[in-house]
Design a protein around this ligand. Structure first.
Ligand SMILES: [Zn+2]
Ligand SMILES: [Zn+2]
Length: 346
């Protein structure tokens, strides 16, 4: 089959015409990939920087983890999924039997593998996954929209960890795709105003088009500006940190009102926080998210998209064929989501 392969250490991806077809185990399904969305993580793997090397323990590896397609084969033990089903895939493949899986926190499974990182993914014509990783796509939701459920689900999960946003002022830090999903979801959830911070002018424009008031953190002092925009409470009620920048978290925490809430979505690594000032005295609540809650996040997203409340198609900026990915990936900059579409012939 055609596939993108990270063959060896160092920058780059290879396009192969004759990658071996995935093995389908008794509990697995084989999915004919319709679309796989490109993620910042894929860029790290392509660049083979420190983060990319940390994500991918062994090579060769087929990347791609935000995907949807049609089931074309099922293993002998599979009962829940049938050939012909349209499915989106949960990228965190969980064991189902560890303590976290058994106590309602399967997304934190201690034995999880991740599609396209620690096992072969979906920048390919076909991908094999356990049937338990499949989310049957609701009627009325296209396969392309369904490929965005994995990243959009991270934003939905962040809202699920926050208090009600009805009538609340919200700060979104970072206007990449996850930040844009957060801005849209905050609006749907009834936020009174959404302030967004972003260094890139192009991304600020995308955020403004979705109704956010934007700030350039390189040009203004974010906590001062946020206090000016929220005169009664001198800070937003809820903040979401989606840039993953270690420098962003401090100003985000300083921009939240007393007793407000912060949810971290990006992964800034080890950063120092003044616990006495911010958590004890300012009484902030700080939470984080990793992946999507199984399967509450998917069901919530399915409801929002299938009823037209959340319009995911508008987040798709471009589509490229599989063989164009190695040359195109380095040039993909400040856009929304780019879908990689495998060609039909095998
Ligand atoms: Zn991703
Ligand atoms: Zn587990």
């Amino acid at each position: 089959m055609h596939a993108i392969v990270k063959s060896r250490p160092g920058p780059g991806f290879d396009f192969l015409l004759d990658a071996p077809d995935p093995q389908v185990g008794p509990a697995d399904v084989l999915v004919k990939v319709a679309a796989t969305s490109l993620c910042g993580v894929d860029r790290h793997v392509y660049d083979w920087d420190q983060a990319g090397q940390a994500f991918v323990p062994t090579l060769p590896r087929i990347p791609g983890h935000e995907t949807a397609g049609v089931v074309i084969e099922v293993g002998a033990a599979v009962q829940s999924i049938s050939v012909g089903d349209r499915v989106a895939l949960e990228s965190h493949l969980v064991c189902g039997s560890c303590m976290e899986c058994r106590t309602g926190n399967a997304h934190l499974c201690s034995r999880q593998t991740i599609l396209g990182l620690s096992r072969d993914g979906a920048f390919a014509q076909r991908v094999a996954v356990p049937a338990s990783a499949c989310y049957p796509i609701p009627d009325g939701v296209s396969l392309e929209e369904a490929a965005l459920f994995e990243p959009a689900g991270v934003a939905v999960h962040a809202l699920q960890r926050a208090p009600s946003l009805l009538g609340q002022s919200v700060l979104v830090s970072g206007c990449g795709p996850i930040g844009l999903f957060l801005i849209e979801l905050a609006r749907i959830a009834g936020a009174s105003r959404v302030i967004a911070t972003e260094l890139s002018p192009g991304r600020r424009l995308l955020a403004e088009r979705r109704g956010a008031i934007t700030l350039d953190p390189a040009a203004v002092d974010v906590p001062t500006e946020v206090a000016r925009l929220t005169p009664r409470r001198q800070g937003v009620d809820v903040a979401f940190e989606a840039s993953g920048s270690p420098r962003a978290l401090g100003p985000v925490l300083e921009s939240v009102r007393v007793a407000g809430d912060v949810v971290t979505v990006g992964h800034p690594g080890a950063v120092s926080v003044d616990i006495s000032k911010l958590i004890n005295v300012r009484y902030l609540t700080l939470r984080g998210v990793f992946g999507r809650r199984l399967w509450e996040t998917w069901e919530t997203l399915g409801e929002l998209v299938s009823t037209g409340r959340l319009e995911l198609a508008g987040f798709i900026d471009d589509r490229i064929p599989l063989d164009a990915l190695p040359s195109a990936i380095a040039g993909i900059g400040d856009s929304g989501k780019v879908l990689v579409i495998p060609e039909d012939r095998s």
